[in-house]
Every structure is written in C-alpha cells, then in structure tokens.
Design a binder for this molecule. Structure first.
Ligand SMILES: C=C(O[C@@H]1C=C(C(=O)O)C=C[C@H]1O)C(=O)O
Length: 369
C-alpha cells in the first residue's frame, strides 16, 4: 500500500517534471546555437586582428564585458556565477582566435594557478614554474604569452621578490586578479589520526597560526616549498597533514579535516598579470609605478603632491630597500585611473620630474573581485 502510494507520488512528480525538462531542453538548444554564433563572431574578430598582428587577449574588453554582465543581470542567477559563466565563454571564444600560454608559480593546485583560471578562464595552456623568477624569465623569453605572479597578501603584506623583479623587467603589468585565500586542513584520511606534522608554505602557516595554536598546538609545523607540495606529501604519507586550498585537496584526493582555518576571514592575495601587452583603458583602471625619491628634505612629500594636485587617488604605497646598503628605498605606488587619462598622465609627468628613479609598471583594469 505504502509502496504503491510512493510510486503514485513519483509518477505525479514525473508528470510535473516532464514539461519543465522539455523547457530546459528547448532553452539549452537556443543557448547552444547562441554560443556558436558568438564563437563565429569571435573567429571573425580573430581574422581582423591577424591582419594587423594585433593582440588576441584584450583584458580591458573582457573586463567591460564582465562588468556589463553584472550591471544588466536581472537574476535570479547571481552576478558572480554569471561572471564565471561568461569568463568561460570568453575563454572558449578567445581560444578559437589563439590559445594563450600562461606561466605561474607552480606546482599545479596553487592559488597562483587558481588566479590564472580566474583571469583567463580554463581554455588556456598553463606552464607551472618553480619560482617567481622563472615566471618572469619564461614570459620575457616569450615561452609564455603572460605570467601570473603574486604581488601582495592582505595579511602578510608585499611579495618582495615580485616587487624586485618588476623593477628591471621589460614586461608590463597587463592585468590584476585578486582571490580570496581560503586554507583547509587536509589529510589522506580526512581525519587527524596518526598525524605527526602539519606542512604548508611558511606564508600559509603564518596565516593560520592562531587557529593552529588553538586546535593543534602539540603537532609539529613544517614549512615546505608550497601548499601544493604539502598536499602531495599528505597524499603519499598519512602522518602528514597539509594546509592548502580545496583545489589542491581535490587534485591530490585528500579529505578535509576543517575548511576555512585562516585567521583572517578576509584574507586575499593580489596577483599581477605580466606580459608585453599594454592594456588600454577599460573605464575602471589602476596604474602601478615604482619610484625613488632624491635625498632631499621633503622629496617624498613633493612626489606625492603631484598626485594630490591633479586629483589622482593613491590606493597603495609600499617601500622596499634599494639593497645598496645606503638606507635608500624604492616606493611602489598604485593610483586610480589609466595612464591615458589626462589627469593621471599629467600627475605622472610631474612626479617623474621630481623623482630620482621612475618607472611605470603598467595600467590595467581593476580586478572584479
Ligand atoms: C573577441 C575578442 O577577443 C577576445 C575575446 C573576447 C570575448 O570573447 O568577448 C573579448 C576580448 C578578447 O580577449 C575581442 O577582442 O573582442
């Protein structure tokens, strides 16, 4: 009797589902058709670009498309989900023009790899490099079209090696990506049974230290070359737990002991996309520069005065030792606006006149996230 009633309920449900699924099938057919029409137009764009050897990847245009999607989205689909879908659509369309190769700080499964996919979508060829230096080298040599390197973390501060290398590279910053860094405690079994060491990159251990002190104060912490390397170790050795992103956990088939163990819930890392491409204005842009102040009273004040007088807002000011033993510093300054914006151009020209060293690192669309 009960079984019968259940079967009746299922039939009634299926009767209701059938027309709805037919609607979805019809919509999917339309989406399929529209996507291929979009792809054909992108191919035409590719031909036009090929005639003049113009760059295929246009971050300013992609940023505008993604912002437009969020602006026009009536819901119920969320803006972030819609942007993820459109990023993939653009990635697939772009790869019909030309597939770009992107170098990043490997191994696979790192936040740097996540940043690559967040900027370029998944229709790209990725090249895992062993160091930040190698990402610069591969991109400078043209082995990779672009490189993605970490610039700063909201908890731990600047990534010094990236700042040092930006100073001398002929490459420019073509784009930026910010990602939320969420660390998980991962093991082969998904439990802490038999675990004698917690491994991660030193930065990740630092970003989770309060949580670790509160929960596993007695377990040894060991810094290794990357979180992904820690995840690989945890897969091969069940006495090791890793701190890494969920992406690494999936890659190395690990179980999650606890997700989101970072001390700062807003922990974010900003990455720069480096390449030879000088990105055009997208409407919401940032310009990064490096400069040195002459050894004179009030010189930093005068430098920054050029920004204030031209109404240009500074969003970041970072200093790095010049490493000449003279207590001299390079300043890394980010401002709002593109270098083609007249106020920004004027401010930078004045600034350059007052600086002992001056280099524009790039103008690029502000990260969506
Ligand atoms: C189609 C173009 O080429 C690429 C693909 C884009 C897209 O699919 O919308 C946008 C910008 C470019 O990175 C274009 O430049 O418009």
């Amino acid at each position: 009797m009960t079984a019968l009633r259940l079967a009746d309920k299922e039939t009634a449900m299926n009767d209701k589902l059938k027309p709805l699924r037919e609607q979805i099938d019809a919509i999917d057919a339309q989406i399929l058709d529209l996507l291929n029409r979009r792809a054909q137009v992108a191919q035409e764009v590719g031909h036009v670009k090929a005639e003049t050897n113009a760059p295929v990847f246009r971050p300013e245009r992609e940023a505008q498309v993604l912002r437009g999607v969020a602006d026009r989205n009536p819901g119920p689909m969320g803006n972030a989900e819609m942007q993820t879908i459109f990023r993939e659509i653009m990635s697939a369309c772009r790869s019909l023009e030309k597939r770009v190769t992107v170098a990043f700080l490997g191994p696979a499964g790192t936040y740097s790899e996540q940043a690559v996919y967040q900027q370029f979508g998944t229709a790209v060829d990725v090249m895992a490099c062993a160091s930040i230096d190698e990402v610069f080298r591969a991109t400078e040599a043209g082995t990779a079209d672009f490189g993605v390197v970490p610039v700063e973390n909201s908890t731990e501060g600047a990534i010094g090696r990236t700042l040092d290398l930006l100073l001398n590279t002929p490459l420019t910053i073509s784009g930026e990506v910010a990602i939320a860094v969420r660390h998980s405690l991962l093991t082969g079994s998904g439990t802490m049974d038999g675990v004698t060491a917690i491994c991660a990159h030193a930065q990740a251990l630092a970003q989770c230290q309060i949580w670790l002190n509160n929960n596993y104060p007695e377990i040894e912490r060991r810094a290794v070359s990357s979180n992904a390397e820690a995840a690989r170790m945890a897969r091969d050795d069940h006495s090791v737990a890793a701190i890494a992103g969920e992406r690494a956990g999936v890659r190395y088939s690990l179980g999650t002991v606890k997700a989101n163990i970072q001390d700062d819930p807003h922990n974010r890392t900003r990455f720069a996309v480096i390449g030879t491409l000088r990105t055009g204005p997208s409407g919401i842009d940032r310009t990064s520069m490096a400069l040195a102040a002459p050894h004179k009273a009030g010189s930093v004040y005068r430098l920054l005065g050029s920004l204030a007088q031209n109404g240009v807002s500074m969003t970041r000011f970072e200093s790095r030792p010049a490493r000449n033993g003279n207590w001299e510093y390079y300043f890394y300054v980010d401002v709002e606006g593109h270098i083609e914006n007249p106020a920004v151009a004027k401010a930078l020209e004045e600034l350059q006149g007052n600086a002992a060293f001056f280099k524009v690192l790039g103008s690029y669309p502000v990260s969506l996230t």
